[in-house]
Design a protein around this ligand. Structure first.
Ligand code: NI
Length: 500
């Protein structure tokens, strides 16, 4: 199957913490010219040009505590177990270090966000860029790393492996000199020895033989200069490349497209791999509850009925399909607040949800704390996700839920109705189906909006019994539009009866 450009990643956006010295952005990855340097222009500082490859899946780890917000998304690359595992190990190490360094704090909560994109993919190699952003108080920093997976052998390399032995200082010097033309360097000279590697974490060749280096914030210039990008001419970089580096360079130049994972014995055509740490167990079919009163997709008179809305955040995930099966069995319609990045990986799931009468709404692109972003970054988080939803489902949305429930006045000004909740199951914390049901039933009342997350197997497993119990108590389960009628942009809704 051919490569598909992830169009949602191509939307222009402000860069992370870009200062007044921000250089003029250039075009997408691959269209840069030798010697020209620019800051990445992708959403929230991640470079443009992310790709989608067939069979790609996502694993997520989200700590929904607003006092210690953590959102980690990583790819499960088809046929690339070693690459998948290497990125998992890196992400796990980042999370562990973050949790050791920071304690939960309701005031100025530290935040960790890891996201990713496919930086290159062809018949020989897949390059995955992981993008880490860490915030402590008001300041933040971000970094990129590229991992390369060999499609044929399954071997994993990091970007620095593109550089020949003994040439790291030389290449780092070229990168540093080019970056120093963009923003004033903090140090008087390029780093050498072990320090040189920090300029070589994200190296991606282009078809014309040039090499683009995306730099961590603070790697050369001040943090406020953002993630600087430099592109070096082929004539300069080729002599400095390792055998592996030259192989990558020629593979990119060959332009032979990625054709899917190498055939392996045993189940090559199986569905996309599930997160290895949480494979969904085979469950018996859900118990068939009595039918709900609400007809799909139609107006429901919540002035006479005891309406309640079930909402599911952070997906679509590995268990969302199973949830849709379970909701279909009971005829229940719900609302999904999805991440734009996940929509591009699982567009079929959100299309299926919409076709089944559920509502798919906006939970931003990559689950960042919106209060830590600039107004233009906030707008980009919402608009790219709305575009992805409309592309996948054909249905626009103006309902959004900010990650961690965190918003400010500028978020209210984005033309969205902000949908909060009045019943929090804390399903992300307890991971216990019975506890999810118990908490939901303990706090529910007429007009409630119940918060859950369909990225957890325990939550999805809780739904049949919860739906049944709510209906036995006389509740009508509805979508957010059915519950609220016409929700107003800029208004914050906590339930059908509480808004401001
Ligand atoms: Ni969330």
């Amino acid at each position: 199957m051919p490569l598909v450009v992830g169009t949602a990643l191509l939307a222009p956006a402000a860069c992370t913490s870009a200062g007044s010295s921000t250089p003029t952005p250039t075009g997408p990855t691959g269209s840069t010219t030798p010697g020209v340097s620019a800051e990445p222009t992708g959403r929230s500082g991640i470079p443009e040009g992310g790709l989608t490859i067939p069979g790609l899946d996502i694993a997520q780890s989200v700590n929904n505590d607003p006092a210690l917000p953590i959102s980690i998304s990583r790819p499960i690359v088809p046929g690339q177990a070693a690459l998948t595992d290497a990125i998992k190990a890196w992400a796990d190490a980042q999370e562990q270090a973050f949790r050791q360094n920071y304690l939960p704090s309701p005031e100025g909560a530290p935040e960790l966000n890891i996201t990713w994109q496919v930086a290159m993919a062809n018949a020989s190699l897949i390059g995955v860029r992981v993008h880490e952003r860490e915030f402590a108080g008001a300041s933040g920093q971000s970094s990129n790393h590229v991992f390369y997976g060999d499609v044929t052998t399954g071997a994993v390399h990091q970007a620095v492996d593109l550089v020949a032995a003994g040439q790291a200082d030389r290449l780092a010097g070229l990168v540093w000199a080019a970056a120093a033309k963009l923003a004033d360097p903090v140090e008087p000279a390029a780093p050498t020895g072990p320090d040189a590697a920090r300029l070589l974490t994200d190296l991606v060749p282009a078809p014309d033989g040039t090499l683009t280096a995306y730099l961590d914030q603070g790697a050369v210039a001040a943090y406020s200069a953002g993630n600087l990008t430099v592109t070096l001419p082929a004539a300069q970089v080729t002599p400095l490349l390792s055998d592996f580096g030259r192989a990558v360079q020629s593979a990119v130049a060959s332009g032979v497209p990625y054709a899917g994972p190498a055939p392996v014995p045993a189940a090559p055509s199986a569905p996309p791999a599930q997160p290895t740490e949480a494979a969904p167990p085979v469950q018996p079919p859900p118990v068939q509850p009595p039918p709900v009163q609400a007809p799909p997709g139609q107006a429901v008179d919540c002035s006479t009925l005891k309406c309640v809305a079930l909402t599911f955040d952070d997906g679509p995930g590995a268990y969302t399909g199973k949830l849709l099966d379970s909701l279909a069995a009971s005829g229940t319609k719900v609302t999904f607040f999805v991440l734009g990045q996940n929509v591009t990986v699982r567009p079929d799931i959100v299309a299926r949800a919409t076709a089944a009468g559920h509502v798919v709404a906006n939970h931003t692109w990559d689950h960042r704390d919106l209060k830590k972003l600039t107004a233009s970054q906030q707008a980009s988080e919402v608009s790219t996700t709305s575009d992805a939803i409309r592309t996948a489902t054909g249905v626009p949305t103006t309902l959004m839920r900010p990650p961690y429930g965190s918003f400010n006045d500028s978020v209210r000004g984005l033309g969205q109705a902000i949908i909060m909740w009045d019943v929090d199951t804390l399903d992300w914390k307890y991971r216990d189906s019975a506890e999810v049901t118990r908490r939901a039933l303990a706090d529910v009342k007429r007009g409630s909006i119940i918060l859950m997350h369909d990225i957890h197997a325990t939550t999805v497993d809780a739904v049949p019994a919860l739906v049944s119990a709510l209906m036995q108590r006389g509740y009508t389960l509805v979508t957010i539009p059915q519950l609220l009628g016409s929700a107003k942009a800029g208004t914050v809704y906590y339930s059908a009866t509480r808004a401001n």
